[in-house]
Write a protein that binds this ligand. Structure first.
Ligand code: GLY
Length: 401
């Protein structure tokens, strides 16, 4: 407890490092209204959890009940990260002790080696904690997590293996070394680990993975496959399939978002123009496809059979918007699409009324239709990337390379 107060004090002193007065946002009124609603919704969520006397981690709503997840779930970093972003957005330091408490609850995640999502989990929680507080103990967690992620690197194929080929439903697919496009997001802790330690091996693994993905995950139209299965002994591709999309040859919407965001972050850390060029190709697919709706919130899969009577995926839209703000530093016209997405997500079509939606911000996301899971529901990562997009719209969290 004592430690929490010390960290709180230190974090409060770091306010200036975490916030900025560089407000570039045009639609300030909409943004303020959304931040006000978020303050109430996430505030209710935190108070409810605190009243339970437990440390709970909300992911979604099922049959009217909030679903809480264990810390080894791939989405466990988003709720702590959301609290850091609420602090960033409001400047209100009362968020900090909660952000610290829910982040530090994930400490043992740094040792997780049985799936690749440790990058998502640690970057969204400890990555933000380090940024906002400068606490070196958080840097140590990120580096340890990066070491754990590197145990999944398969040198012959040059990639980080996403899922174990023998575990769970993934173990029924006959894969040898499945890599999903989502894995691009996990590279951020590797780049950070090299910055924090000076050890370039993390960076080299990240670049190897990004290069293999660049070469093998994309179609000529710029869209990407969800799963590429590699031969981890000989190297090379065994097959290209889907797990969460409509079909092997379809374009799963959130996967396109992970591709855009993933190569944008690789460009940020490396300056390699090939990665920026790949972002252009992915962007051109996302916005050039005839099935993108006018409000720029995509259907869950670009090739879903019953468009326009298919669920939208607000989480994909939020990921895409956040990535576009980063890319707009280099390709300014992308800002218009990002603003349009944020505007759409800020309407009652997607933004829940305060006190509804299990106290999540956004409605209408999709987890995985092929698994009949989380269809047209709130998701903690939709909220996280939406808040991140709002911050980036305001000129915050934009690391120029
Ligand atoms: N990374 C898992 C998903 O996007 O659903």
């Amino acid at each position: 407890m004592k430690r929490h107060y010390l960290l709180l004090l230190m974090a409060a002193c770091m306010t200036a490092a975490c916030t900025t007065t560089d407000n570039q946002a045009q639609p300030a009124d909409t943004a303020s209204a959304v931040i006000q609603a978020a303050t109430q919704q996430i505030g209710h969520q935190v108070r409810l959890i605190e009243r339970s006397g437990q440390i709970l981690n909300p992911r979604t709503v099922q049959n009217g009940h909030v679903q809480y997840i264990p810390i080894d779930d791939w989405t466990s970093g988003f709720f702590p990260g959301t609290m850091w972003y609420m602090y960033d957005l409001t400047g209100d330091s009362t968020w900090i002790p909660y952000a610290i408490k829910y982040t530090e609850n994930l400490d043992s995640v740094k040792n997780l080696r049985w799936h690749h999502d440790i990058g998502f989990m640690i970057n969204t929680s400890y990555g933000n904690a380090l940024r906002c507080t400068g606490n070196q103990a958080y840097a140590d967690v990120i580096v340890e997590a990066a070491r754990s992620l590197c145990t999944r690197f398969r040198p012959a194929a040059g990639v980080i293996q996403s899922w174990d080929e023998t575990r769970g439903w993934q173990g029924t697919r006959g894969w040898m070394c499945p890599v999903i496009i989502d894995n691009m997001m996990n590279l951020e802790i590797l780049f950070k680990a090299t910055q924090l330690t000076g050890d370039s091996s993390f960076y080299q693994i990240a670049v190897s993975h990004a290069d293999q993905t660049l070469q093998h995950h994309f179609r000529p139209d710029g869209s990407c496959y969800h799963v590429v299965d590699y031969d981890k002994e000989q190297g090379g591709v065994r097959s290209r399939q889907t797990a969460q999309g409509y079909a092997d040859e379809s374009a799963w919407a959130r996967g396109q978002g992970w591709a855009l965001y993933g190569f944008a972050l690789c460009y940020r850390y490396t300056g390699d123009e090939r990665y920026l060029e790949q972002c252009r190709r992915v962007h051109d697919f996302i916005f050039g496809d005839a099935n993108m709706p006018a409000d720029l919130v995509p259907y869950w899969d670009y090739d879903a059979p019953d468009i326009p009577n298919e669920p939208r995926d607000a989480s994909a839209a939020a990921v895409i918007a956040s990535a576009l703000y980063e890319l707009a530093q280099y390709i300014p016209e992308y800002r218009q699409e990002a603003d349009r997405i944020v505007e759409s997500l800020s309407t009652p079509n997607y933004l829940a009324l305060v006190g509804t939606n299990g106290n999540f911000l956004l409605m209408h996301s999709v987890g995985s239709i092929p698994h009949d899971a989380e269809i047209d529901v709130p998701l903690n990562y939709a909220d996280y990337y939406f808040l991140e997009a709002l911050l980036r719209q305001k000129g915050q969290l934009l690391e120029k390379r």
